[in-house]
Design a protein around this ligand. Structure first.
Ligand code: NDP
Length: 250
């Protein structure tokens, strides 16, 4: 495939672990300039150092996606450092699953804040630039939980259904308005990352851990999908990717 990815400036949220951590070096190795955000500063600094040592280009900034000003600031960092902005990977998310009867309402709200409002904040930060330059690529991590319901995942699934709907409408509107903003929504199944660490409900955590121990695949597999999407020629969009372990029925 042509190397359309080379030279692209890509902001990534949730870049400090798991899927985001695997994606940044891959994009950089293909010539993208990556701008990494998450809350853990030290993790980001290490990832930037590794990318730079390998000959790639990367910078990072502390980012809490629930804070609009943080999202705006990382977009500014991208433009100030590299002179442009081509894509954003909206990847930050958390999954403290539990049955509704456990009434873990703080966790419900946390998921809405990060998985829904974080996506809105990220889009609000990039949209003016993408509209003005009449190009841009938005890649977002939904989940197979955004395609299928399952017990324990009412709120998480709801936030990921939101991402699915939102991305499709963004694609339709941008096509209609001629702004050439492309979208790629990724629906991963069990990927071995730090995602399960946030589950506080014991039974749910045990069940999820057993599933991931049996099936989990490396986050690098999802990184390949992000790179594929960003490498597509400017006149082409592949909107949706479902990816998971070959043996998992999900
Ligand atoms: P990780 O827990 O390893 O990574 C989550 C990332 O999100 C971290 O970099 C974390 O960084 C960041 N993050 C969390 N809260 C915030 C916040 N408020 N502001 C900024 N960054 C934040 O899990 P994954 O890599 O698996 O998760 C990445 C995405 O993939 C999520 O959206 C998740 O829902 C989705 N997903 C994962 C699947 C899996 O099986 N692993 C399956 C389907 C979807 P920090 O803590 O430093 O802020």
């Amino acid at each position: 495939m042509a190397q359309n990815i080379a030279g692209k400036v890509v902001v990534s949220t949730g870049a400090s672990s798991g899927i985001g951590e695997a994606t940044a070096p891959l994009l950089a190795s293909r010539g993208a300039k990556v701008v990494l955000g998450a809350r853990r500063k030290d993790k980001l600094a290490q990832i930037v150092e590794d990318i730079t040592k390998a000959g790639g280009e990367a910078v990072s900034q502390t980012l809490d996606v629930t804070v609009q000003a943080d999202n705006d600031a990382i977009v500014d960092l991208a433009k100030d450092t590299y002179g442009r902005l081509d894509a954003i990977f909206l990847n930050a998310g958390l999954m403290p699953n539990s049955p509704l009867s456990a009434l873990k309402t703080n966790e419900w709200h946390q998921m809405v804040d990060v998985n829904v409002k974080g996506v809105l904040n990220g889009i609000a930060a990039v949209l003016p630039t993408f509209i003005e330059q009449k190009s841009g690529h938005v890649v977002a991590t939904s989940s197979v939980a955004g395609l299928k319901a399952y017990p324990g995942g009412a709120v998480y699934g709801g936030t990921k259904w939101f991402v699915r709907d939102f991305m499709e409408v963004l694609r339709m509107e941008s096509a209609g308005e001629g702004t050439n903003i492309r979208t790629a929504t990724i629906y991963p199944a069990a990927i071995s990352t730090e995602l399960l660490d946030a589950i506080s409900d014991e039974d749910t955590a045990e069940g999820a851990q057993a599933l991931y121990d049996q099936y989990g695949i490396a986050p690098e597999r999802v990184a390949d999908v992000v790179a594929y999407a960003l490498d597509l020629p400017a006149d082409t969009t592949v909107n949706e990717f479902t990816i998971g372990p070959a043996g998992q029925s999900w």
